[in-house]
Design a protein around this ligand. Structure first.
Ligand code: KG4
Ligand code: ZN
Length: 380
C-alpha cells in the first residue's frame, strides 16, 4: 500500500510516499527557515503563505520521485498532519490533502504529528534492509522531543500510549531556541548550539573529566524538593526549563562581556567561517549539558521504573549529537535497545506521516474529510 503523506504543521512544507508504513519511496522537504530567520522564530502568517506557495510543487515532486522508483505504482491513500501545530499552517496541508483524496478517489487519513515522530526509527530507505519487527520492540519507552514537546510515553504495545512525564513549561527545542536568541546566535538555535558545543568539547579531546570540570553549572530543571506530583504526573518524571533559561539570563546580565567581547578574546571556529569566543562556547556547552542532563535523568528514572525492550526517541531535538550520545549510552547501560531515526527523518517530514497512516487507519472516510485542524492535539 503506497501512502502519500503531507506535513505542514510548522515551518516545513513536506510530502513523501511510503510503502506499507516502512519503506520511503520519495521524500521532499522544503524548509522555510530562511524566511523566519530575520524574526528570530516562526511567524505563523509567513509560514501559512509559504506553505500555500510551495505545497503543490512539493507534492508534485514527491509523486514524480515515487514514479521514478515505481513507474506503474499508484497512490492508494493520502495522509496528513491535522495537529498539533500552528493552525494557519496546518490548514494548508489539510485542505490540500482533502482535495487530493477527493480527486483521486482514495481514502484520507488524519495523523498526529508527535505520534508520527515516534514512528521514524522504523522508516527505511528503498533497497535498504528492514530494521525488523516493531512488535518485537514492545514494550517501549518513548521520548518525543521537539520544538513544542518534551514528553515521555510508555508503549505497552505499539499504538498504545501512556503519558509518564513531560515538561511543565518550555519544550527542550524551545529552550535551545530561546537561549540562542538571547546569545545572538540566530534561529533555529538547536543546531547552532549543538555545533558550538561539539567544537568546544573537541578542545579537550578524550579528557572528558577536564571538559566537564570546565563547564558552568546550570540548573537541571528538577522539581522543587517536597513536591511529589505535578500535573498528575510523578514530579521526578517532570522537567522544567524556565529556571534554566532564567539562570542563563542572569549569567548574561552579570557577565556583559560575554556578548560584547574584546577583539583579543580567544575564539573557536565551529563551522567553516563561523566562530564564537571560547567563553561563549563554554556557556553554550554548559547550557546544552543542563538540558541533556535533565532529559537523561528523567529517562533513567523511567527506564528503571518500567520493563522495556526498547527506548525510542523522535522529534527535531533528537538530532542533537550530545543528546543522542548520552541517551544511547544510558539505554545500553540499562540494557534496552536504543531506537532513533536517521538524521534526515528527525526533523519534520511527510514520510513519518505517510508511514504512521498505514498503522492508523481509524480516522478516515467522511470523518476525515470533514475534520478540522487540531492545533493542541495530544496523543492517546
Ligand atoms: O520536530 P521539529 O522539526 O519541529 C517541531 O515539531 O517542533 O523540531 C524543531 C526543533 C527546534 O526547536 C530546533 O532548534 C530543534 O528542533 N533542533 C535541535 C537540533 N536540530 C533541531 N535542537 C538541538 N540540537 C539540534 N541539533
Ligand atoms: Zn515536529
Amino acid at each position: 500500500m503506497n501512502i502519500l503523506g503531507i506535513e505542514t504543521s510548522c515551518d516545513e512544507t513536506a510530502a513523501a510516499v511510503v510503502k506499507d508504513g516502512r519503506v520511503v519511496l520519495s521524500n521532499v522537504v522544503y524548509t522555510q527557515i530562511p524566511l523566519h530567520r530575520p524574526y528570530g522564530g516562526v511567524v505563523p502568517e509567513i509560514a501559512s503563505r509559504a506553505h500555500v506557495e510551495k505545497i503543490s510543487e512539493v507534492i508534485n515532486e514527491a509523486i514524480a520521485k515515487f514514479q521514478e522508483v515505481e513507474p506503474d505504482g499508484l497512490i492508494d491513500a493520502i495522509a496528513v498532519t491535522y495537529g498539533p501545530g500552528l493552525s494557519p499552517a496546518l490548514i494548508v496541508g489539510l485542505n490540500a490533502a482533502k482535495g487530493l483524496a477527493l480527486s483521486l478517489g482514495v481514502p484520507l487519513y488524519c495523523i498526529n504529528h508527535i505520534e508520527a515522530h515516534l514512528h521514524t526509527p522504523f522508516l527505511r530507505d528503498y533497497g535498504e534492509e528492514s530494521p525488523g519487527s516493531i512488535e518485537a520492540r514492545m514494550p517501549a519507552l518513548a521520548l518525543a522531543i521537539s520544538g513544542g514537546h518534551t514528553n515521555w510515553f510508555e508503549l505497552s504495545e505499539y499504538g498504545s500510549y501512556e503519558l509518564l512525564g513531560q515538561t511543565l513549561d518550555d519544550a527542550a527545542g524551545e529552550a535551545f531556541d530561546k537561549a540562542a536568541k538571547l546569545l545572538n546566535l540566530g534561529y533555529p538555535g538547536g543546531p547552532k548550539i549543538d555545533a558550538i558545543a561539539k567544537a568546544y568539547r573537541a578542545i579537550f579531546g578524550s579528557d572528558t573529566r577536564r571538559w566537564k570540570e570546565s563547564l558552568e553549572v546550570f540548573p537541571k530543571g528538577c522539581p522543587r524538593e517536597g513536591v511529589s506530583s505535578l500535573a498528575g504526573l510523578p514530579a521526578d518524571m517532570c522537567v522544567s526549563f524556565s529556571g534554566l533559561k532564567t539562570a542563563l539570563l542572569r549569567y548574561v546580565q552579570k557577565h556583559e562581556e560575554l556578548l560584547t567581547p574584546s577583539d583579543d578574546e580567544p575564539r573557536i571556529e565551529y563551522k567553516s567561517g563561523e566562530e564564537v569566543t571560547l567563553e561563549l562556547a563554554r556557556i553554550v556547552s554548559s547550557y546544552q549539558e543542563a538540558i541533556v542532563g535533565a532529559v537523561a535523568d528523567r529517562t533513567r528514572t523511567a527506564l528503571r521504573r518500567g520493563e522495556y525492550r526498547s527506548f525510542i526517541i523522535g522529534g527535531g531535538v533528537s538530532l542533537n549529537s550530545r543528546l543522542r550520545e548520552s541517551l544511547s549510552q544510558l539505554a545500553e547501560k540499562e540494557g534496552v535497545e536504543f531506537l532513533t531515526a536517521k538524521p534526515k527523518y528527525c526533523g519534520d517530514n511527510g514520510a513519518m506521516i505517510a508511514a504512521l497512516a498505514y498503522y492508523r487507519q481509524n480516522l478516515s472516510g467522511d470523518e476525515a474529510l470533514s475534520i478540522d485542524v487540531a492545533p493542541s492535539l495530544e496523543i492517546g
